[in-house]
Design a protein around this ligand. Structure first.
Ligand code: TXA
Ligand code: MG
Length: 312
């Protein structure tokens, strides 16, 4: 394969930094990740410190091939292999039992681990060159909107990260879909891969995890939130609510999903950031239909509208 020299010098530096216990922000097709060597406990601790993230929130391991399922997972079920075979590289995280190689610090002491092979050539080049697994949450401070460009990462984390690899805007723009495959398949987070596609491949329904907080800590708290307040509204009441808030002297705008769910997902985080940049006090959001990527968009908007995390 021909090598892109402009990219590869940076990727080589990034791999060397990971080996030395550094933190590297890197692009993926979903959002940018804040990466560290998954087996380096002090580097992992630094991720939590930089993000301001509670220690019991587990990190996803990013890997370069489906073989990694058996390296970092153990007793991996056939359905997990089928899903990885069909959708990796791609926006799907599989939660399986962890192997002894995965440190407690990565999983918050759980006996499971989230694994994902991203579909981004810079990410894959980095993972291949590094050779191990890269533990990475989204490269934003805890509770804030995930970054979909290198500039977003720079604005959020600045010099707290040793290197930011710029791979252009993330193609999908919302985080991966997370499926737990310990017993029956359970959806822990809707994301960049439509649930219908997973159900079609498995030939059965994926259970929605209504008590999500017990399985994926932090999932019910406010995540993905801009500074301004988000309120969910019905289409029919959006205008009246906007006028009422404007009459109180608040800077208010209405967010509506576009006709195309992929495009809506792609633009979502950029638009939430723009709401802050434009000095809005309140953004009224009309939820999309929960089809395709609409499920992920509705999930993020609901969380952004929910009670804010304690650190804010
Ligand atoms: O698209 C993505 O998944 C991005 C990119 C960078 O890959 N990453 C990402 O990571 O969104 P993060 O840390 O922001 O969100 C991962 C979510 C967390 O809510 C965490 O609780 C859940 O995945 N998670 C990770 N490992 C888990 C496990 N073993 N069991 C249950 N939930 C897990
Ligand atoms: Mg995140």
């Amino acid at each position: 394969m021909a090598r892109d020299h402009a990219v590869s010098a940076d990727v080589e530096r990034a791999a060397a930094l990971l080996r030395a216990g550094g933190l590297v922000a890197f692009p993926t097709e979903t959002v940018y990740g804040l990466g560290a060597d998954a087996t380096n406990v002090s580097a992992i601790r630094r991720i939590f410190a930089v993000k301001g993230r509670p220690h019991h929130h587990p990190l996803i391991l990013h890997v370069a091939s489906t073989d990694a399922l058996d390296r970092w997972g153990s007793g991996v079920r056939a359905e997990a292999r089928e899903l990885a075979g069909a959708f990796w590289p791609g926006p799907l995280t599989l939660v399986v039992r962890r192997s002894a190689l995965v440190p407690d610090e990565v999983t918050g002491g759980r006996d499971t681990v989230g694994l994902r092979m991203p579909a981004h050539r810079t990410a894959i080049a980095l993972l291949k060159l590094f050779g191990g697994a890269v533990a990475a949450p989204s490269a934003n401070r805890f509770g804030k909107v995930s970054p979909t460009t290198a500039d977003h990462v720079r604005a959020d984390l600045g010099s707290d990260v040793d290197l930011i690899l710029d791979g252009g805007p993330s193609a999908i723009g919302v985080e991966s879909t997370i499926i737990e495959l310990i017993d029956e398949p359970v959806l822990l987070r809707p994301g960049g891969l439509a649930i219908a596609r997973i159900e079609e491949l498995l030939g059965r329904a994926v259970r929605r995890d209504v008590a999500g907080v017990s399985r994926a800590p932090g999932m019910l708290e406010s995540h993905y939130a801009p500074r301004c307040r988000i309120e969910i509204v019905e289409t029919s009441s959006a205008t009246a609510r906007r006028e009422a808030l404007a009459a109180e002297g608040l800077a208010v705008d209405v967010w509506r999903p576009g006709p195309d769910d992929r495009r809506t997902a792609h633009e979502l985080y950029r638009e939430l950031r723009a709401a802050d940049d434009n000095g809005l006090d309140v953004l009224l959001a009309v939820l999309p239909e929960e089809q395709g990527l609409g499920a992920a968009v509705a999930d993020r908007l609901r969380k952004a509208a929910g009670p804010r995390a304690v650190d804010e």
